[in-house]
Design a protein around this ligand. Structure first.
Ligand SMILES: Nc1ncnc2c1ncn2[C@@H]1O[C@H](COP(=O)(O)OP(=O)(O)OP(=O)(O)O)[C@@H](O)[C@H]1O
Length: 245
């Protein structure tokens, strides 16, 4: 579904992404993991067309995304911190997005809207929301238009335990519908029972892309958090035992 080919991105002298090659397919829930500043958000923004790479190209369903916008309708994006017009109410933000996307009401996926009890909060202004409620609005919008791919940047940050479970359950069900889910998170305990593959970045380089099972076998651990701690303590690894690209 998403084919990342030789992507590099420089910010001045800094190589935020260094010749990244990776293919991400539907039906997988892929964790994008790496230390702070390793390039995860830059890679996500490159996939979304918000950052223009210095070299390389990205294909979405076989088509280059360069200078094209229509593919973005196929991707639901939940940013780390959602930016909204602060004076608008939740109802106005949802209506604005529905107007832009022009999807008939009966086609909308309103599962999270109801599960997060947003109907009771519709008249609240975005600027007055708690961090967790803002996250719920972002999650609701990411899933509402039934996109083929979902990119979730720290999706559980600020969510209470029940809301975290609601979101994890939704992610699991969307994966089973053959959607591609990409999650960037430092909360590895949240990812353990959800993810099927790991993409690990360090200093802008792809260190490995493997199944969770393979990573656990390679590190001799049963928990993702332990496996990643093991990887972080090693010098850079080549992309061994990788998912076939
Ligand atoms: N617009 C920008 N201008 C200059 N440097 C940038 C810009 N965006 C990112 N960088 C730099 O690129 C590198 C990668 O940043 P990025 O935000 O992609 O990392 P990350 O892996 O998402 O980090 P974190 O885990 O802290 O969220 C960092 O050194 C960052 O300072």
């Amino acid at each position: 579904m998403i084919n990342i080919q030789h992507i590099s991105k420089e910010f001045g002298k800094l190589k935020a992404l260094n010749d990244i090659n990776v293919t991400l397919e539907g039906g997988e829930c892929i964790a994008l993991i790496g230390p702070n500043g390793s390039g995860k958000t830059t890679l996500i923004k490159t996939i979304l067309g918000m950052v223009v790479p210095s070299a390389g190209q990205i294909l979405f369903d076989g088509q280059s995304i360069e200078q094209k916008w229509i593919y973005r309708n196929e991707i639901g994006y939940m940013p780390q911190i959602g930016q909204y017009p602060e004076n608008m109410t939740i109802a106005q933000v949802l209506d604005m997005m529905k107007d832009i996307r022009k999807m008939p009401e009966n086609k909308l996926d309103l599962e999270l809207y109801h599960a997060f009890n947003l109907p009771a909060l519709l008249s609240k202004r975005m600027g007055t929301l708690s961090g967790g409620t803002r996250q719920k609005v972002s999650a609701c919008l990411a899933f509402m238009f039934s996109p083929k791919a979902l990119i979730l940047d720290e999706p559980t940050a600020g969510l209470d335990p029940l809301s975290t479970e609601i979101l994890k359950d939704k992610i699991q069900r969307e994966k089973e519908k053959n959607k591609l889910i990409i999650i960037s998170s430092h909360v590895l305990s949240d990812l353990d029972d959800m993810v099927s593959q790991i993409v690990y970045l360090q200093d802008g380089k792809l260190i490995f892309h493997k199944t969770l099972q393979q990573l656990k076998e390679d590190t001799g651990t049963q928990k993702l958090s332990k496996a990643i701690a093991h990887v972080m303590s090693l010098p850079n690894q080549p992309n061994e035992g990788a998912v076939h690209e």
